[in-house]
Design a protein around this ligand. Structure first.
Ligand SMILES: N[C@@H](CCC(=O)N[C@@H](CS)C(=O)NCC(=O)O)C(=O)O
Length: 216
């Protein structure tokens, strides 16, 4: 059967916003096709603007409709499939809060430690980035201490999808972290769906020189 869902994404190696809904749609077992748009090459912006006014990926095509924005795509999946948000109403509220924090904040981590799955460096990071990383570590530690599971709210949820790219940044830039955060990072990075994504990244030849130059 032809899948009515197509997820347009940026490059596997770099596009953290694309990874989030890709993980959610994959965990939801919603059949979808993936189309990659190589970022930062001549004409790429027009391709993005043809998909959405925001001119960004990810965009989910649902039949004739398009849903731009990573969080909106995750919400679409959560309406279609149960359990992508925690069941407990308080946990669900808190999960939405920590997702929103990532969706709109942590600018230093985003800019000083962009997702770059092939990257491994131990060069010192700017203090603003380290401070935000430490805030994230505290938040993870507090949530993980309140729950039994390996994930932020016991069972895997959209919150873990939102922090998977962050986990990769701790690994890529060798950002200091607590033992508890380190265990969580290993959990997210050994997830089989994440590893399938990472394999696609490792096979990619397209590079973003400006992103590769960060903290060199
Ligand atoms: N708030 C948006 C942000 C999406 C975003 O910034 N995506 C990047 C790729 S990871 C992009 O498309 N950038 C466009 C550009 O580089 O011109 C979302 O959550 O989907």
């Amino acid at each position: 059967m032809k899948s009515p869902l197509t997820l347009y994404i940026g490059n596997y190696n770099y596009s953290s916003w694309s990874l989030r809904p890709w993980l959610v749609l994959t965990k939801a077992e919603l059949p979808f096709k993936t189309k990659v748009i190589d970022l930062d090459i001549p004409g790429y912006k027009n391709k993005l603007l043809a998909l959405s006014d925001a001119g960004t990926v990810p965009v989910l095509q649902v039949g004739k409709d398009k849903i731009p924005d990573s969080l909106a795509i995750c919400e679409f999946a959560a309406k279609a499939v149960p359990n992508l948000w925690p069941k407990d109403p308080e946990d669900k509220k808190r999960a939405r809060e920590v997702v929103e924090m990532m969706h709109t904040g942590f600018e230093a981590v985003r800019h000083e430690a962009p997702m770059n799955l092939k990257r491994r460096t131990s060069l010192p990071m700017p203090q603003t980035c380290l401070d935000e990383a430490s805030e994230i570590d505290d938040m993870w530690t507090e949530l993980l201490a309140r729950h039994d599971g390996p994930y932020l709210f016991d069972e895997w949820s959209i919150a873990d999808a939102f922090y998977t790219p962050v986990a990769t940044r701790f690994a890529s830039y060798d950002i200091p972290r607590s033992v508890r955060a380190d265990t969580y990072i290993s959990e997210l990075m050994s997830d089989l769906d994440f590893q399938n994504w990472e394999m696609m990244a490792f096979g990619e030849t397209h590079i973003l020189p400006e992103t590769d130059a960060v903290n060199r």
